[in-house]
Design a binder for this molecule. Structure first.
Ligand SMILES: Cc1cc2nc3c(=O)[nH]c(=O)nc-3n(C[C@H](O)[C@H](O)[C@H](O)COP(=O)(O)OP(=O)(O)OC[C@H]3O[C@@H](n4cnc5c(N)ncnc54)[C@H](O)[C@@H]3O)c2cc1C
Length: 386
């Protein structure tokens, strides 16, 4: 792996930087977990798309630029360097998009990818159910085949931004006799279809984007199924790999936060303890280490390799790093950390801190990721295997 950027990569960086400087909103947007903020973030998605920056790695025919992963990392670095808003459509572009690219038909690619890259359709992930979170193979929501349609009934929970999203991608039991991982199918459902009820779940910060989704005999065409009937588990595991592995949490997000943390430390150095100083240094070094490791992973993937169970290591690392970064910032800020706005601006540290608390839970809890690392990477025996 060559750690120096080529002249072409540097030119690309300059192009992204110039565009971001001209277009990124001057003030941080309100949180995307609330209606007003979500709409503002959707408007930003469309601005991005107008510059053809919706998803740079996708083929041009689907609204992308056909760029490689190194350029995607450069794009992300410039994106966060400019302080650009979080992506309202992250479930779509980072999770479902790559899944459709791998498993979808040409018709599905054309139908779903282009509106995603253009910021026209926002997506929610509808996997978790009551009693089927960590144990996702316990899914009970069902989809019954009737002619060319599926009729879906059941309940999903903990669905991020489902209260505002247009469509959801879910796992449903299509074989009523099936058990565990078998007999599940991966199906796309418009959230305004008759029979869908969305019930918001108020989060710690008071916002209501998070939701339960109820399906009462919701009819969708069988053409909305990704891959074969009963093959949903394999498809979902690939999606989970994207979620934990490379795409969802690019290092640039944490590097930008680490840089802001160093600035905060400099402002408050006089009152900071040696322990706070150490925590700042550690968080900064870990953000850099994560970036270097991601370049390594990107090079492996570009050379034809796969990520595999290492995605779980990745997920544990970024979620713990995010929590440490924000916890350190909160302690440096003292009592002001608890204010929603500081100096007339959104207190991004508070917002980020509250969100970072959920990092070890979503995308598969860290306890489960540690089990995966123990069993699949370290070869340790399965708990209770005797
Ligand atoms: C902010 C946030 C956003 C989310 N967004 C979405 C979304 O968009 N779509 C979606 O489908 N889901 C989403 N989720 C749900 C998330 O995936 C689940 O919360 C997670 O998988 C854990 O499932 P659970 O909540 O049912 O907890 P449980 O499965 O009930 O687990 C409870 C605790 O027990 C531990 N545990 C369970 N089994 C084991 C085991 N075998 N070994 C060791 N420990 C174990 C878990 O790690 C956890 O700490 C989100 C969650 C959060 C917090």
């Amino acid at each position: 792996m060559d750690l120096l950027y080529t002249p072409e990569q540097q030119a690309f960086r300059a192009e992204v930087r110039a565009w971001m400087e001209a277009h990124v909103p001057k003030e941080p947007l309100p949180t995307l977990e609330g209606r007003v903020g979500f709409d503002a973030h959707v408007a930003w998605e469309r601005t991005l798309a107008s510059g053809n920056w919706g998803m740079v790695t996708w083929p041009e025919v689907y609204g992308g630029r056909g760029l490689d992963l190194i350029r995607w990392l450069i794009f992300e670095e410039e994106y966060y360097r400019a302080g650009a808003p979080l992506r309202a459509n992250q479930n779509g572009i980072f999770l479902l998009g790559p899944t459709i690219m791998e498993f979808g038909t040409d018709e599905q690619k054309a139908r779903f990818l282009t509106p995603m890259a253009n910021g026209e359709v926002m997506w929610a992930q509808a996997w978790s159910e009551p009693n089927a979170g960590s144990d996702m193979a316990a899914i009970r929501s069902r989809a019954v085949r009737e002619g060319d349609d599926y009729v879906i009934s059941g309940q999903k929970t903990w669905s991020s931004r489902a209260a505002f999203a247009d469509w959801g991608f879910g796992l449903f039991r299509t074989d009523p006799e099936s058990k565990r991982h078998k007999g599940l199918s991966f199906i796309l459902v418009p959230l305004d279809a008759p029979g869908v009820t969305i019930r918001p779940i108020r989060q710690l910060h008071g916002e209501t984007g998070f939701a339960e989704i109820f399906f009462d005999e919701v009819r969708v065409p069988a053409a909305n199924r990704i891959a074969g009937e009963g093959e949903g588990w394999n498809v979902a595991m690939a999606t989970a790999g994207f979620e934990r592995g490379l795409m969802l949490r690019s290092p640039a997000r944490f590097q930008a936060a680490a840089k802001r943390l160093v600035e905060l430390y400099r402002e408050r150095e006089a009152d900071a303890s040696p322990a706070a100083r150490e925590a700042v240094v550690k968080a900064w070094a870990e953000a850099e280490a994560y970036a270097l490791n991601t370049y390594k992973v990107a090079s492996t993937v570009m050379a034809g390799g796969k990520i595999g169970a290492e995605a779980s290591l990745n997920k544990i690392f970024w979620s713990e790093l995010d929590r440490a970064l924000h916890r350190t910032a909160m302690s440096l800020m003292g009592a002001a950390a608890e204010l929603k706005a500081v100096g007339g601006r959104v207190n991004q540290w508070l917002e980020g801190y509250i969100f970072s608390l959920s990092g070890p839970i979503y995308a598969g809890s860290n306890e489960i990721q540690r089990n995966i690392v123990a069993e699949r990477l370290l070869g340790l025996p399965r708990l209770g295997a005797g």
